[in-house]
Design a protein around this ligand. Structure first.
Ligand code: PRP
Ligand code: URA
Length: 207
């Protein structure tokens, strides 16, 4: 799979371990997801082209490199992806946001989109934010919805995946780039990632 980036940075690993720790409270859990999203965005954009913009300086004016953030649209998948939005918008405040809510059925593990507020994406680069890739069904679904809005490029920023789910998404969508912090061992019989971090939405919002 060529379309996957797994950064392996010690700070990223440390933040993922903080998420796994059951003693991490939900406020810290959300803050950590936000910080991780920003670090994953750095990885996604490491070869991004900049353009020269002219800015006022204390000593006159000059041309300096800048990322064209207006063309980025960040799309958190509710609920668990929502805390990731702050971190990426802090890094690129010129970007806009769209929202997608997806819930997977606890028994069948099939996902349903129940809210789509993603704008048209022509000429845009879309970043789908969802911490967990278990069976991969929800992310597969999210990518299909986003592709329907015709963006130029799609990145997904994810925190923990299970091997089969990650493979499913990357093989079904070879034209996207997945940036994921860690790939764990497997799924349990209920479709939860092991060792994982439990239910990310519940951990983030104290439910
Ligand atoms: C979680 C997570 C992913 C999905 C991953 O959402 O945020 O969207 O599960 O599972 P999958 O790869 O097997 O589809 P969930 O459906 O639990 O909704 P929530 O965020 O509202 O809790
Ligand atoms: N969704 C989660 O939040 N956690 C898992 O382990 C699997 C799906």
């Amino acid at each position: 799979m060529k379309n996957i980036i797994q950064p392996g940075h010690p700070l990223i690993k440390t933040l993922v371990t903080r998420l796994r720790n059951l003693e991490t409270d939900s406020y810290t859990f959300r803050k950590t997801l936000s910080e991780l999203a920003r670090l994953l965005l750095y990885e996604a954009l490491k070869d991004e082209k900049t353009e020269e913009i002219n800015i006022k300086l204390w000593s006159g004016s000059g041309n300096f490199p800048y990322i064209k953030g207006e063309r980025y649209v960040f799309i958190p998948v509710l609920r668990a992806g929502l805390p990731m939005l702050d971190g990426v918008l802090e890094a690129v405040p010129e970007a806009s946001a769209g929202f997608l809510a997806i819930k997977r059925d606890e028994k069948t593990l099939k996902s349903t989109v129940y809210y789509d507020r993603v704008p048209p994406l022509k000429g845009k680069t879309a970043f789908i934010l969802d911490p967990m890739v278990a069976t991969g069904g929800s992310l597969d679904h999210a990518i299909s919805v986003v592709k329907g809005k015709k963006p130029d490029r799609i990145f997904t920023l994810n925190v923990i995946g299970a091997p089969d789910g990650v493979r499913r998404v990357c093989e079904n969508h070879p034209d996207i780039t997945m940036v994921i912090a860690q790939v764990d061992e497997k799924l349990d019989n209920n479709g939860y990632i092991l060792p994982g971090l439990g239910d990310a939405g519940d951990r983030a919002f104290n439910t």
